[in-house]
Design a protein. Sequence first.
Lengths: 446, 479
Amino acid sequence: MKFIPNSALKSSMLREIGLNDIDELFSDIPKKIRINKLNLQDGLSQQEVEEKLRELSKKNISFYEMPSFLGGGIKPHYIPAAVKSVISRSEFYTSYTPYQPEASQGFLQAMFEYQSMIAELTGMDIANASLYDDATALGEAALMCTRINNRKTFLVPTNISLDKRCVLKNYAKGSGIKIREIAYDKETGKIDLQNLKKTINADTAGVYIENPNFFGIFEDDAEEILKIVKDKQSLFVVGVDPLSLGIAKSPGGYGADIVIGEGRSLGNPIDFGGSSLGIFACKSEFLRQIPGRIIGLTKDSEGKRAFCMTLQTREQHIRRGRATSNICTNQGLCALAATVYLSWLGSKGLEEISKINFEKGQQLAEKITSINNFEKVFSGIHFNEFVIRHSDAKKLNNKLLSRGIQGGFILDDLYPELVNCMLFGVTEMHNDDSIENLISVLKEAK
Amino acid sequence: MYRSAVYDEPLLNELGKKSKGKPSELLSRSLQRKERVNIPDLDETQIIRHFLRLSQMNYGIESGIYPLGSCTMKYNPKICEEISKRDSFAMIHPYQHESTIQGSLQIMYDLEQMLCEITGMHSFTLQPAAGAHGEFAGLLLTRAFHEFNKDFDRTEVILPDTSHGTNPASATMAGYKIVEIPSTDGGTIDLDILEKTLSDKTACFILTNPNTLGIFESNILEIQKLVHDAGAILYYDGANINAIMGKARPSDMGFDIVHLNLHKTFSTPHGGGGPGAGPIGVKEKLDRFLPAPRIVKNKGKYSLNYDYSDSVGKVKAFYGNFSVLLKAYIYILLMGSNGLKEISEIAVLNSNYVKKKLVDSKKYDLPYKTLRKHEFVISCERLSKEKGIRALDIAKRLLDYGLHPPTIYFPLNVKEALMIEPTESESKQTLDQYIKALLAIAEEEPEIVKNAPVNTSVGRVDEAGANRNPIFTWKMLKK
């Protein structure tokens, strides 16, 4: 077979090792459970596979065929050809975790550069070489807080996604960490500071806020939140959309201890929710408590600069049950894409893309709210997502769909109080035409 | 012979500086960034050359054999990669209207069905992002199962001393106490010890079969009976399933939960560390606890269903690493029933071929004298005693031969372990070359071996130094 070179040599190789039949190699499997074959189709040719997948792809409608204004913490961004080119180098994408540093200097250096740029972006001292996604990064952050201060409660606002809260609860459960939710301010969409003050106590391991949050709103009271958090000697964990950091202050600038985030927006496709990149950065004092792989700069035997995985005694393959996390496989290639993307943008490009996303967010919100019967739900400053209320959101989305547009993300199921509210998202990928089309259909709907 | 390029490639921040200027004032004072982020402003030419050079200092499966034991580093067919990048799959938003994502949902649904057939399990979830993540999810299901049965005192997870490091780490994260049991002199589960260790405190027993020594646990039916008689869950770490596809199925062995590493057995590239996918399959008794949403098919239409009141909820945002799932799906279509069986047969044949040649040479020792499956563990303890050459030295010297070393120092119950998994991807010629290199190294002057590698982009890396003097970012380097 095409991918199994020794198929044709089966008998001669068997003879060479003193066997006659391939089944002799499986004689240690009890007869009772041996099977003859799997009940699957026989293999298809590459051409047949190509045809089948073409047919399947016709049952999808991609962003390019149907502009989508969905928010929800995931939106398409332009991916430069340079990024696609670099991550298609098979030396990178077909390599394993760099257990042998001498054979993996390329990937290791790129990951060191990734950690460096994430540290610059977040304003933290150190970053790891990626976790699965932002939701699991939040789970790991909560576990890390309790390892640091031995407290057992972790606070999160309800203006972060339900997915994230759900994953967090699963991560927290085993360690007996209680997750307590803080209400959001119904007027601004920001975390309710009074509720936070009332809830935080001496058992609070950490407090999480997100900037911008699930409603797209910036938590611009971060300094006041920090004061509340530090008053109880608790840890301050901040979640970011890295693309906002071209214009917005790094969380390090307002006192965050740990920064997490979803890095998909840095050069990775939306991929039906895959291709995620869990960002994890923190202050250097927590160095030995970090989950996941970290790449360090060191020297080789000749004194030449070299890179390797480091502080491995934190990790599962050395410390087993006492590791800081169970993570092994991470999202390396997505982190590489982010590295190339950030270097391609540079400091100016990052500011520019951040600005475009902010401005598009403001413009679209103004355009939509200028139509009768559409109102912006929260008064806080938003980035590139925002919540709009309309008299019948579901009907509106069906109408948009019939006109080849995917409308905003309907929030009713997640937030019963936000009846008929939709989360709109817009990025540099939405050109004037697609925005005008959206607006004209919205005007018809009113 | 493969040779790595040698460059003194500067760091990105040494190639250029960030340009001058302040960011525009768009936000309120408390939120506004005052300085641009410290990332250099470079030209595309500089960037592409930089990363091209880095790629040339990196070994992938397309560079040559990559026989890391327990990692199943096989060739990744180009067609999987190419199709997965198309906009019709990559540019799909997870919250799009269901009528516009039928293709992706069908792929996930069909993939679940295929994995059910391969393992014999009742149902699957594709949500976990990696093997360890699947283990964690499986242990959440274990807890949910016992709690559902009002069985609240099961606080322990048992695992053999040969288990993968992720197993105990996942068990700890899921809140369990770990009980590790020693293997027999034959390298397999000791039934007496297992029986004594199992109790009404046992939540789960985690097992890899074939185990990390490459030995099939022939007593698996006795094992499953002991575990189930004690009321515990039997968990299958599927890292080694490349050995038995089309030959035997975990469900028939009595396993209740299975995770598969799609980035191992189903050939999705490992990406220098990820992304992977670690779907888990379960027997019917655990079905109700699987993460939501689940993909359901009704009258030819596929949809995402969140309505499972006993579900453990989510372990990852959205539905899993989709592009990885898609590549695995394409791979299974390509291989089919006949191909998957052929994979396991040849993977096991290749492994036994290399094992026999090495053992016959009498330069390396094979602990535990039984049949091996897709991988085997040899010891170079004799070389270590006679010539002072350790497993690490042999690994580094293999790099000089242009070959990727095996996994070393694992499992922990074998001294100076070299864990070799050739996979079905390698030709006899390559296997012979690998054997020849290992035999040649055993004959070399110890000084040469201990000073290896010399043909790589850097010499032996000072990993201890990296621990002592932590530098993780260019910011720390400047200090």
